[in-house]
Design a protein around this ligand. Structure first.
Ligand SMILES: [Zn+2]
Length: 206
């Protein structure tokens, strides 16, 4: 899935509900999300306060969120589970900001900066997202994600992934970040999106 424009939806066209587990989860949705009879468009979206709130352009998180909302708007049905506990891939905002400082100082990727801080590069878990899907009796999804881990976790919990829809922002300023996601986090990002094919080549090209 590719989206180079700002979405044309209004927030008012979506519904938001708070899921009453013991933590903060927002569900943004359109159409029918309870006990749907066919695969539902789904994005499990990790919070990124820096891009979602302050418009920071270091990462593509907000771009992906808006692209997913745009796709759901077009199809008129689907949901985004916005996980507030996933900031910094589960390590929290403070650790993420520490990692940014290291990335600026040593030209580290996110992955390398987290390792240097002694933090697991990706400590997110999806237990609550799974609980929400089970509560809503969602059995099959069209998953908007490049992250194979999200797909396999859904399948492990008996939720069929009818198809996975890739969402890639083809912007030069995010090349380093996207290559790191592919090579260090194992995301499925087609190389056609890259001007450079690996981190070493990117460093030489700069
Ligand atoms: Zn981000």
């Amino acid at each position: 899935m590719k989206n180079d424009r700002r979405p044309n939806w209004l927030m008012g066209s979506y519904k938001i509900r708070h899921h009453g587990i013991d933590t903060d989860y927002g569900i943004i949705y359109k159409g029918n999300i309870e006990n749907p009879q066919k695969p539902i468009l789904l994005r499990i979206n990790s919070a990124c306060y820096t891009s979602d709130i302050f418009g920071c352009q270091r990462c593509d998180c907000n771009w992906q969120l808006l692209a997913a909302m745009d796709e759901i708007d077009k199809q008129g049905n689907g949901m985004i589970i916005y996980d507030f506990n996933h900031e910094g891939r589960g390590a929290g905002l403070t650790n993420k900001l520490k990692s940014y400082a290291l990335m600026d100082k040593y030209n580290y990727t996110t992955f390398e900066a987290f390792l240097s801080l002694g933090i697991e590069p990706d400590s997110r878990n999806y237990n609550y997202a799974i609980s929400i899907l089970q509560d809503l009796k969602i059995k099959s999804v069209d998953l908007i994600s490049n992250n194979l881990k999200k797909e396999s976790i859904l399948i492990e919990h008996g939720i069929q992934v009818n198809q996975r829809i890739s969402v890639v922002a083809n912007k030069k300023e995010w090349q380093n970040y996207l290559i790191s996601k592919k090579q260090q986090f194992g995301h499925d990002i087609d190389e056609k999106y890259f001007i450079y094919s690996n981190l070493a080549e990117l460093e030489q090209g700069e």
